[in-house]
Design a protein. Structure first.
Length: 265
């Protein structure tokens, strides 16, 4: 982490239900457990999944002595886009001044606040359900040949935000990870084709493909308690570890290690 500037990690995808807030919360807690000062901004404050996750955590441990909390802000969308942008800039400036990292959760739609948040990313993390429906936002695929026709609307939006960075006099490039979430444990044709297409697309538009998190009931349970996989095993949460939990935590550790954001224990 730079001493001069927070590392800004943006969770983004124009489709909802891909696991952005879940991954944001787990990254947040992983950094807290390393003693880093972490800020968080919820730009999807109408749905407010990350904000509610953090609220559930504070209810469980109000002072943060056992679990640890981020310095959290939310920007509820209003009828005035300029007002929303000003609020975001103010929060980002405040948190960047005192945090090692700022994690930004964005709306699952093409929203001005989402574009603004993306334009400040040092690292962009895009969770993607492992299906052709979700892939359509990244690339248009010919149904007969299963070849990429052109980049999809989300990929074009990311390109636009790179141009916005350049116009501000900043480096246009940033690290971009696309995470294949909810992977099937079976070797299906769909799974193999998704891997092939994403590999080809990664070279074309410049991201790194990683396996994300498998579908597990534990994530829904943890949300209601404000906990993450990294909190399991401590006496304060009262949840017994199972083999499924151990496997899920190893998936998370592998993912974070592959992104090179932080080493977690």
């Amino acid at each position: 982490m730079s001493a001069k500037k927070s590392r800004i990690i943006v969770l983004g995808n124009e489709k909802g239900g891909t696991g952005k807030s879940t991954i944001a919360m787990h990254l947040l807690v992983a950094m807290l457990r390393q003693g880093l000062r972490v800020g968080s901004i919820d730009l999807d404050a109408r749905q407010a999944t990350l904000s509610r996750y953090i609220e559930n955590r504070r209810k469980r441990d109000p002072e943060g002595g056992r679990l640890g909390h981020s310095d959290h802000r939310a920007v509820p969308p209003s009828a005035d886009p300029e007002q929303d942008a000003d609020a975001f800039h103010a929060h980002l400036a405040e948190l960047s001044g005192r945090c090692d990292a700022v994690i930004i959760d964005t709306p699952g739609s093409d929203h001005p606040l989402s574009r603004l948040g993306h334009s400040f990313a040092d690292v962009l993390v895009t969770p993607l359900n492992d299906s052709f429906i979700d892939l359509d936002l990244l690339a248009s695929v010919d149904g007969d040949s299963l070849k990429i026709v052109k980049p999809g609307p989300y990929a074009e939006m990311v390109w636009d935000t790179r141009k916005a960075r350049a116009m501000r006099g900043e480096a246009a490039s940033f690290e971009w990870f696309v995470l294949r979430n909810r992977l099937s444990t079976l070797d299906a044709r769909n799974k193999r084709e998704m891997e092939r297409l994403l590999d080809a697309l990664s070279k074309r538009i410049g991201f790194r493909m990683l396996d994300g998190l498998n579908e597990r009931v534990i994530y829904r349970e943890l949300f209601l308690q404000g906990l993450t996989l990294l909190d399991l095993g401590g006496e304060e949460q009262g949840l017994a570890m199972t083999l499924s939990h151990v496997a899920a935590r190893q998936e998370l550790r592998t993912l974070i290690d592959a992104m090179g954001l932080i080493a977690i224990s």
